[in-house]
Design a protein around this ligand. Structure first.
Ligand code: PMP
Length: 360
């Protein structure tokens, strides 16, 4: 078997090796059908079975109530920044947004094309290092919805609570969906680009409460209307069939691991080990407020920033890939999604200690 490195990329991110192997086995001849999943009609019985199974497995994993639709769409999480106001304003003219990082900021900028955006709280002036205290939030009871980003992938800032809201909660779960159990019933809509904790790029999953559908802003293109996709089982047009199939394999893998309770346990342990390595050394730093440190995306700095290139080069040579921070913030970042095994974190922690010993 080929040597597989530990991949700490923020996305497209690591996939479970068992999933890739299964895809490899099924690549040329899916279950004796004589063709690859990639070559199947999305209307064929075989493909529809794959798609329905994937949806059911996701529903089981997340315990999604039956009054929610699960959509497998394209356009990434970024397209949701527009689809959300177009579909959820429902006659209202304002929406509430919490700004905790670059992704919430992008969602805000897009929503401004469709409505008046009320930024209820922002940590921008502080460099995005914590979730602003709820006591300071300026919420608007007339807002169509409240949008927030439970985990900011770049700054590594995670909400340690689900906001209490009198209006529908809308959340960008791109980099933290499936990391631990979640009470879906608290939300109007949850969305997540697939390429981090779900599967390959090319797919965005939307989980939306049924009663919010069917009241789009005038002029909304057909393809941007959730109801069209809901009424057509996400097959109004040709979906991203292979990404959907591979995501289904990931869902089955997650079930086999013991589901989201178990993943949460492992993820908390992985993150604790990495933050302990950072906090336990003068050589490494992380600026995020303790309760808001992300379980999935761990940014860190070196006491000697001039050594960053050396760090990355040596990490690469040690089979620890993609540890550079986002180009907008620099430094380092280790994304430790579900598919990054605990041994990968152990290897990174050992490498960091050794590097600090040699260069500190
Ligand atoms: N939201 C969050 C939290 C993200 O991390 C990302 C991607 N890094 C996006 C949105 C944008 O996703 P996409 O590239 O799928 O549009």
């Amino acid at each position: 078997t080929p040597m597989r490195a530990y991949n700490f990329c923020a996305g497209p991110a690591a996939l479970p090796e068992a999933v890739l192997k299964q895809a490899q086995v099924e690549m040329l001849d899916y279950h004796g059908k004589g063709l690859s999943v990639m070559e199947m009609s999305h209307r064929s019985a075989d493909y529809v079975a794959i798609a329905e199974q994937a949806e059911q497995d996701l529903r089981d994993l997340m315990n999604i109530p039956s009054n929610y639709k699960v959509l497998f769409l394209q356009g990434g999480a970024s397209q949701q920044f527009a689809m959300i106001p177009m579909n959820l304003l429902r006659g209202k003219t304002t929406a509430d947004y919490v700004n905790t990082g670059m992704w919430s900021d992008k969602a805000i900028k897009e929503a401004k094309k469709f409505c008046q955006v009320n930024v209820v709280a922002s940590d921008e002036a502080n460099g995005f290092r914590k979730v602003p205290d709820v006591a300071t939030w300026q919420v608007n009871p007339d807002a169509a919805y409240l949008h927030y980003t439970p985990n900011e992938t770049i700054h590594g800032v995670q909400f340690d609570f689900i906001p209490d809201s009198s209006v529908s909660l809308v959340a960008d779960y791109s980099s933290i969906i499936l990391a631990e159990p979640l009470d879906v019933s608290k939300f109007g809509l949850i969305y997540a680009g697939a390429q981090k904790n779900i599967g390959p790029a090319g797919l965005v999953v939307v989980i939306v409460r049924e009663d919010l559908l069917g009241q789009v802003v005038p002029g909304t293109p057909t393809m941007l209307d959730y109801k069209i996709h809901a009424d057509n089982g996400s097959m109004y047009n040709t979906p991203s069939t292979y990404a959907w199939y591979l995501s289904g394999l990931v869902f089955q893998w997650l079930k086999a691991q013991g589901g989201l309770e178990k993943m949460g346990e492992i993820n908390r342990r992985k993150a604790a080990k990495l933050y302990a390595a950072i906090d336990g050394s003068e050589f490494y730093g992380n600026p995020v407020a303790l309760p808001n440190r992300s379980m999935m995306n761990v940014p860190f700095t070196l006491a000697k920033p001039e050594l960053e290139k050396t760090f990355l080069k040596e990490a690469d040579a040690a089979g620890l890939l993609n540890l550079a921070g986002h180009r907008s913030v620099g430094g380092m970042r280790a994304s430790i999604y579900n598919a990054v095994a605990e041994e990968g974190v152990d290897a990174l922690v050992a490498f960091m200690a050794d590097f600090a010993r040699r260069y500190g």
